[in-house]
Design a protein around this ligand. Structure first.
Ligand code: ADP
Ligand code: MG
Length: 699
């Protein structure tokens, strides 16, 4: 169907071929529609002028009328800046340019009234605006509406005078041209029932708001639509998958699970673990393919759940595989699981990048014959040479390290019926994000730690308290405990980072001459890493110094102290992951965050959050608010969260929940969009690109 809004942007009056090229290349605006959906990033109340005397640091953006009284160029040749004195009747301030000095000097006039826009800051008791926007105070009537919309542009755009203002004008032209020709993608009954603004009005208000109330309603409508169609897509794919794709039926609970449960389980399962296993049993017995995300904070006992799920698969004659993101983790799983299942008679193997060719061949053979029941390993598992006899279950640990495409490869190891999938993550994902990124998975949560664990105490030390830190380490080691000391990746160069760690290592050897100290970093050979980890795990070394390679999953219950050097350099979820390495035994554990005195507001907030709470979900929420959803691990590869134009997963949780509920409601009543009133929805859905959302769809 062709739509007037699909027209090439070149044909919009005021654009033409040259500007069209710029819009396409720099702003990805190809059509009328792209321009229409190129939303402002902020609005300024253009009726409000400030006096210079009123300006304060905390004002986000102001508009001031006045005149330039003089110019002055300051600094060395290469580091020049241009300073203009700008005055009104209440006082004076400075306007500062570091770039485009020549243009400013040639184009701006002294003693002529200007309107200046910008963010005021105070420096040495003087207010100034760096790189302000200026326009002549006379004839300043191009503004439409009370609020002026501001649009992002690039440097290249600005050079060719494609400024925010020009875009604003183009939006105006387009709005006049389109009038009532924007087609409404939401059915009538929706608009009425949900009391939302129709699209054409919303688009007009978002670019040319008449007042704050209308602007708010317009933004709500546009965000809702954006989130609604994503949810509708995800949920309808899920629905289809559940309808059409059969899954292996694990109907039996037999020898393996029963024997393990009776004779091998070293402890009582937590209620949360029991609940999750019940959910998994229900899924795998249903005849539909399981696609389940298991979220559980570090140390909550996910490995055991994974193992018990695998045992169910064996009881029903299927093979399983467990994939981990690092060799250390994979071999740890291998060792733990071998120990736990000793005597059960289960055939397991470990396959990683460093598995020798000869062993590899044996593994391949045993896999294909079906003799091997559980294969554990790293990315090596997804190589195409790895073929299973009857793969019934795929478990992926620490999910966020794997890309979507890698996951899909495992999905496809069976051609006819896909294996059941259990994805485990210790990085709690905020609910809003999970609903979108993993929206088509069912989610289980282990929200309870095994009993007897004492909450980890987290302490923040500035670097001048090294002495106390050493005392503390000594006291803990003398009590028989072990200590991690982790160094961040600071510089771009791995060499320098390594040097940081090595210097630290030398220093610690001097401070603690009688302790045995291990060191692990990313540049070591897998086997050497392994050997060092083993020494620490077996209690032969007391201190483990490492870069973040130990971040994920490593389990040494006797370790009770986690020292994180330069803690201000770590992200929140990473800090939380690292802290999760301790607190696994019955002893009181500690996390010491070392930092310099200079902390940015954000790193202060991160450290405060760590000291305040152990709750991974709470930390994830703070993290998402600080960084925005696009940066949360796991979302990068998904492509979702980035393409959102207006909605923000960190801030618009409520709208998202609302949109998801409505989408589910539609699907419950009309899963195939057969009702005439849903024809519009069907049409929209068909028009959406599949690529971003259909990775879980096996074919
Ligand atoms: P994670 O969820 O971080 O992968 P693990 O599976 O490594 O956690 O479990 C952390 C520790 O808790 C392990 O030492 C494990 O043996 C132990 N554990 C697991 N479940 C229980 C339980 N129900 N009771 C006591 N300890 C448990
Ligand atoms: Mg784990």
């Amino acid at each position: 169907m062709s739509d007037i809004t699909d027209r090439d942007i070149m044909y919009l009056p005021g654009v033409g071929p040259k500007r069209a090229e710029l819009l396409k290349k720099e702003l990805q605006i190809f059509t009328y529609k792209d321009l229409l959906y190129y939303f402002p990033y902020k609005y300024i109340d253009r009726t409000r002028f400030y006096r210079i005397a009123e300006l304060t640091n905390s004002m986000p953006y102001v508009q001031v009328k006045g005149t330039i009284t003089r110019f002055e160029t300051i600094g060395e040749r290469n580091k020049q800046r241009l300073v203009a004195r700008f005055a009104d009747e209440s006082g004076a301030m400075e306007l500062i340019w570091f770039q485009g000095i020549k243009w400013v000097r040639e184009n701006l006039k002294i003693n002529t009234p200007y309107v200046v826009f910008g963010k005021p800051t105070s420096f040495g008791g003087q207010m100034n605006i760096v790189h302000p926007e200026l326009e002549p105070a006379e004839g300043q009537s191009t503004v439409t509406g009370i609020f002026q919309a501001f649009y992002n542009t690039t440097e290249a755009c600005k050079k060719k005078f494609m400024t925010s203002k020009v875009i604003n004008k183009l939006q105006w032209t387009l709005a006049q041209f389109l009038q009532d020709q924007v087609s409404e993608p939401l059915p009538d009954y929706f608009i009425k029932r949900l009391k939302i603004m129709p699209l054409d009005l919303a688009l007009r208000q978002v670019h040319f708001p008449e007042n704050p109330t209308l602007l708010k309603a317009a933004r709500f409508r546009l965000k809702f639509e954006e989130l609604f169609f994503i949810q509708l897509k995800i949920l309808s794919l899920k629905h289809k998958r559940e309808e059409y794709f059969k899954g292996f039926v694990f109907s039996k609970v037999g020898y393996n699970l029963n024997t393990f449960y009776k004779n091998h389980l070293p402890f009582e399962l937590t209620e949360a673990q029991k609940k999750v296993i019940r959910e998994i049993r229900r899924d795998t017995g249903s005849g539909r393919q399981m696609n389940r995300l298991l979220q559980g904070d570090v140390g909550s006992g996910k490995t055991l759940v994974a193992l018990m799920t695998a045992l169910i698969a064996f009881d029903n004659g299927y093979q399983a595989c467990l994939m981990a993101p690092t060799e250390i983790l994979a071999s740890q799983h291998f060792n733990t699981i071998q120990k736990m299942t000793a005597g059960l008679g289960i055939e397991t193997a470990l396959l990683t990048g460093s598995t020798k060719a000869k062993e590899r061949t044996i593994i391949h053979e045993k896999l294909e014959s079906g003799k091997l029941q559980l294969l554990m390993g790293t990315h090596a598992l997804i190589e195409s040479t790895v073929q299973f006899h009857k793969l019934g279950l795929v478990i992926i640990d620490e999910q966020h390290r794997f890309g979507v495409a890698q996951r899909a490869k495992l999905w496809k190891k069976n051609t006819l019926i896909p294996p059941h999938i259990l994805v485990m993550t210790a990085t709690p994902i905020p609910r809003t994000l999970a609903m979108t990124v993993y929206g088509d998975l069912d989610v289980s949560v282990i929200d309870e730690l095994p009993p007897g664990r004492k909450p980890i105490q987290t302490i923040h030390f500035y670097e001048n308290r090294k002495k106390q830190l050493y005392e503390f380490i000594r006291e803990q080691v003398n009590r028989g405990r072990q200590v991690y000391i982790v160094y961040p990746l600071i510089s771009e160069s791995e060499k320098l980072d390594l040097k940081n760690l090595e210097d630290g290592y030398e220093l610690m050897k001097e401070v603690f001459p009688r302790y045995a100290i291990s060191m692990v970093h990313g540049r070591m050979k897998a086997a050497d890493k392994e050997a060092e980890m083993r020494l620490f795990k077996e209690g032969k070394t007391q201190i483990m110094m490492a870069t973040t390679v130990i971040e994920v999953g490593v389990d040494v219950p006797n370790a009770s102290v986690m020292v994180i050097e330069s803690a201000e350099r770590f992200g929140l979820s990473q800090l939380h992951q690292l802290r999760g390495r301790v607190g696994r035994g019955a002893e009181q554990s500690y996390c010491v965050l070392m930092s310099s005195f200079k902390l940015s507001q954000e790193s202060r907030k991160r450290i405060e959050t760590m000291v305040r709470t152990n709750d991974g979900f709470e930390i994830a929420e703070v993290d998402m608010k600080l960084r925005g959803p696009g940066d949360i691990e796991g979302t990068q590869q998904s492509g979702i969260g980035f393409n959102l134009k207006l909605a923000n997963l960190a801030k618009d949780g409520e709208i998202l929940q609302h949109a998801r509920n409505i989408a589910r409601d539609v699907l419950d009543h009309d899963p195939l969009f057969e009702k005439p009133e849903n024809a519009l929805l069907k049409q929209q859905l068909l028009g959406m690109k599949n690529t971003e959302y259909d990775w879980s769809n096996i074919s």
